[in-house]
Structure formats: structure tokens, C-alpha cells
Design a protein around this ligand. Sequence first.
Ligand SMILES: C[S@@+](CC[C@H](N)C(=O)[O-])C[C@H]1O[C@@H](n2cnc3c(N)ncnc32)[C@H](O)[C@@H]1O
Length: 369
Amino acid sequence: MRNKKVLNTVIQGNCIDVLKSLPKNSVDLIFADPPYFLQLENELWRPNQSKVKTVDDKWDKFKDYQEYDQFTLDWLTAAQKVLKETGTIWVIGTYHNIYRVGSIMQDLGYWFLNDVVWIKNNPMPNFRGVRFTNAHETLIWAKKNKEAKYTFNHHDVKALNENLQMRSDWSFWALSLANGKERIKSKSNGLRSHSTQKPESLLYRVILSSSKVGDVILDPFFGTGTTGAVAKKLGRNWIGIEKNKNYIRIAKKRIANIKPIDTNYLKIEKLKEPRIPFGTLIECGLLESGDKLLLGKKPKFAAEILTNGNLIYRKKIGSIHQIATFIKKAPSNGWDHWYYLDKQKSELRLIDELRNKIRQKIKKYPEEK
Ligand SMILES: C[S@@+](CC[C@H](N)C(=O)[O-])C[C@H]1O[C@@H](n2cnc3c(N)ncnc32)[C@H](O)[C@@H]1O
């Protein structure tokens, strides 16, 4: 970011104007929680005659869809300019707005990576019983354009989910934002300070998965500053934009009280194993050219090893990965699929075991420096 002054601050104003004033290609990640345009016409009452506090804020009011769409087009256009080529954007919304937002994003050239469903464990019931309880919000995750490279911390996200790939349906069971101590309330009347404060756990997953330590994360609808709070905790820089002075005051106070996580704990790189090309197994004599490998132990998928480490399968020649991908018709890592015959034990074993043998040797006799 060339304009360092704006880092880790909240800028007051209309996000469309502010975004236009920021340097182009300067932000790594945007998290946006725009107005929903809920259009609630009637007051909502519980069966016990108490009134339901909904989102009836002025900032959520628009004249009609045309005005809402123009607003959406304007802020998304300005946001696209400040995003780096490698940057991505998350936009959260409900059925009231997310389809309009999504369609405008696609028209602008944003390229969708996922839509994530945030399942609420404490949704507000549909008191009148006239439709299903609305129990989720949708997040669109997109990159700036189709060709761009982007950050996805696959290993961190997998680790967060006990080494299983994280799915696109998210629920945070421990959390009950409506009553939890995370909810910011006014000291004078005990009422919630903001009608749509988002849970920190949601932002934790967003930021951990799609940004790096030291990245710049921007939130154009900052509200109570949930994005800034979690970004600071996780060692990222942040920029907030918000129109409402009272929300800004609340956000600043909240973020000032956040203690960043010790940098030692932010280093979560995976232990890197030395790279061993398949050809090394032949050079070391663990396999020989002419030996057969079976994909998934199946004799009908037998390939033979060539002297250079490539495989030949029905006249097709390629690496262990290329031939596996060709047979499985899906991107495949050959180390996970090819089996060789262990002649001593007369059993089929995964070639990855031979790679591990070499890795163990390397650890035992490291290269002299
Ligand atoms: C859905 S809320 C965001 C809540 C926030 N994610 C949180 O956790 O507190 C939308 C926020 O955007 C602000 N806002 C609405 N229109 C805006 C605009 N044009 N420019 C800047 N802020 C705006 C509102 O004041 C409101 O605080």
C-alpha cells in the first residue's frame, strides 16, 4: 500500500467516494457486508406480544431495486479498482440482496471461487409461521478476474478442520452472537449497538483462509469493525470505511482493545518435505524401467515405467501424474494412486512408500553444507 497513512484506520464517508480516492491495485482482500435492502414493511411481533428488533436502519433503505442496483454497481466497480490483481473479495448477504449483488459482480468480471453458506445456530424464528425459518446467510468469494492467481491457505484451513477439507457450509456451534459477550451493547440502555454485527468466528475463517500475515484487508461497510478486530488479531493490516460516526467510535474502541496474536503463533507454514521426483526412484534402483505400476491396484490400469521416469499406458506417455489424470479423468497426484509389486512380500504397495524411504535416508544423511 503506497498510502501508508490509511492503514489500520477507519475512514469516515461514503465508501464509493472513499474507494475512488484510494490507490489502485493496493488491497489484498476485501470483506464487504453491504446493506441488505430488507424492505420490511410491517412491524414484527412475537407470540408473547413483544416487538422483534429487526434491521430497520436508515442505511438499509433504498427507493427501489434500481437505486439499490446502481449503488451496488458503483461500490463494486470502485472496489475492483483498489483490489490487487491477486486480490479476492468476500461479499455477504441474504436472499434479499445476494442474487442481485452476485449478478452485478459477474457482469463486472469478478470470477467466483465459492459461495459459502453460513448456517446460523440461533436464527430468529418465523413468528407468523408463513414460511421457513431463515437460518443462513450467503457469502460469495470471488477473485478480481478469471486469470488472476490468489491466496487460498489450503493447509491452514484443512488443519482448522481436523485435517479434513473444509466444506462450503459453515456453522459455528459455540457461538450465539445475539446474546453472547461479543455483542456490543449501549451502556446507557443495554440495547445492541448495531443491528447486524457479524461474529468474529466468521471473519476468522475468512481472513485465515484467504490472506497472508501482513496483507491489507479492506471493509467498505465497517459497522462495529468486526473485520478490523479480527485482522488485527491475525497480524494483518486493515482499512475500514463507514458513514456513521457513532459506529466508527464503537469500532475504534473495540479494535484498540484487541491484542494481536504473538507472531510466533502466526507462522503456520507446513513442514516442507524435500521434493523427490519419481525418476529418483529409478535412479536409486528402487524401481526399474519395464516394471509395471497399477493404478488403484487394478490390473486393467497397468502402465510400464520408462528409463526417464515417465510411464507408458496404451501408447500414451506421461508423468505419473499425467497418466493418472488421463485414466481417472480428474486432476490426480500420481503418488497417491500408483502401486508397485513388492517382490519380497508379494504384495502391492503404494509408490509413495518408496518416496518416503528416500526422504528418511535424506534426513539420516543430510547434505553437507
Ligand atoms: C451490514 S452493516 C455491516 C456490519 C459490520 N459487518 C459489523 O460486523 O459490524 C452495513 C454498514 O454499512 C454502513 N454503510 C451503509 N452504506 C454505506 C456507504 N455508502 N458507505 C459507507 N458505509 C455505509 C452502515 O452504516 C452499516 O454500519
